[in-house]
Design a protein around this ligand. Structure first.
Ligand code: HEC
Length: 298
């Protein structure tokens, strides 16, 4: 029991670890008083024009960047202790779908808001070039998906070749927020790139939300993803937390189990993303070809 708790704490974002519970509770009140009217109680309030979702933000940028970005509308730039506490509090926000770790995905709205700012964010679209050329998120780059399980040094060299620095937030885009984007997400995570998310719902949801596109013609929908991924997705991307946890269990991925993996690498990457959103510990034993599921971390 104590071991499980220790692991749970270690698994949480490092920023949250530095702040004690009383400070976190006080910061929660500050957030509700000063920030929630625009950003929403769960960090994904979008009822106000131009709001950027905050849930998952601690997985998107380092604390200094969050401090700088928060200045524009809150009326004051958070610094020092106050910033540390607010970042820790924001790391607990679960977003509109209630995920334990909402920072592993980004909504199309967020991606579109960030698309013009190439310095902070790199949008990497792994769809086939023909689909990309027809219609894509403004300022996105079309890249080859590559192998999901690749030696980290090769991925690091690839990132350098793409001019993606270690501080850049990478958003992986495919048609459905499915295995293809998850493959790139996992590849980067395995190579130690800290800031990476999958666009939730992919280009299908992006188009459905009628966000601006760039390209030569009318968008063409692509085929549905594989069966397992389909159990976790709907046209708005990942199912909300409770339903997703249920679906994962139904598919045989309950906490504390271990299974041989016989599917494809992109499907495995998508499963790992799914369980990561749920705050589950998951490990892939490459030598044994087994998926090992630990306890829930959050
Ligand atoms: C009056 C509404 C309003 C209030 C109150 C407000 N914000 Fe914001 N905030 C915004 C808007 C609008 C943006 C998007 C600005 C932009 O275009 O980059 C934003 C952006 C941010 C960002 C950057 C997110 C990103 O990914 O770029 C952070 C961080 C942030 N706010 C934190 C806070 C915090 C913390 C508080 C409370 C102390 C707060 N905000 C209060 C409206 C508000």
């Amino acid at each position: 029991m104590i071991v499980a708790m220790r692991r749970a704490v270690l698994g949480m974002l490092a920023v949250a670890g530095a702040v004690c519970a009383a400070d976190l509770a006080e910061t929660a009140r500050t957030y509700q008083r000063m920030c929630a009217q625009c950003h929403g109680a769960d960090g994904d309030g979008l009822f106000y024009e131009n709001i950027v979702p905050l849930a998952g933000i601690a997985r998107r940028y380092p604390a200094e960047t969050i401090g700088r970005l928060s200045g524009a509308f809150s009326g004051r730039t958070l610094q020092g202790e106050e910033l540390t506490r607010m970042v820790a509090y924001m790391a607990t926000l679960r977003g509109e779908k209630g995920f334990a770790e909402p920072g592993w995905i980004a909504s199309p709205y967020f991606v579109e808001k960030k698309a013009p700012r190439l310095g902070e964010v790199k949008i990497l679209d792994v769809r086939p070039p023909a689909a990309f050329d027809t219609a894509h998120v403004p300022n996105a780059f079309n890249v080859e998906q590559g192998a999901c399980i690749e030696p980290p040094e090769r991925t690091q060299a690839w990132l350098r070749a793409q001019r993606i620095g270690s501080g850049a937030l990478v958003i992986a885009v495919d048609e459905h927020g499915g295995p293809d984007a998850a493959c790139l997400w996992w590849r980067l995570r395995r190579a130690g790139h800290q800031w990476v998310a999958v666009m939730d719902g992919g280009m299908r949801r992006y188009r459905n939300e009628r966000l601006p596109l760039e390209g030569r013609g009318a968008p063409v929908p692509l085929a549905e993803p594989m069966l397992l991924a389909r159990a976790f997705l709907n046209e708005r991307g990942f199912l909300p937390h409770t339903e997703l946890a249920h679906a994962a269990r139904e598919q045989g991925f309950a906490p504390g189990t271990s299974r041989r993996w016989a599917g494809s690498e992109p499907d495995l990457a998508h499963l790992i993303l799914t369980l990561s959103l749920l705050g589950r510990e998951i490990h892939y034993d490459e030598a044994e070809g087994r998926v090992v599921l630990g306890p829930a971390l959050r």
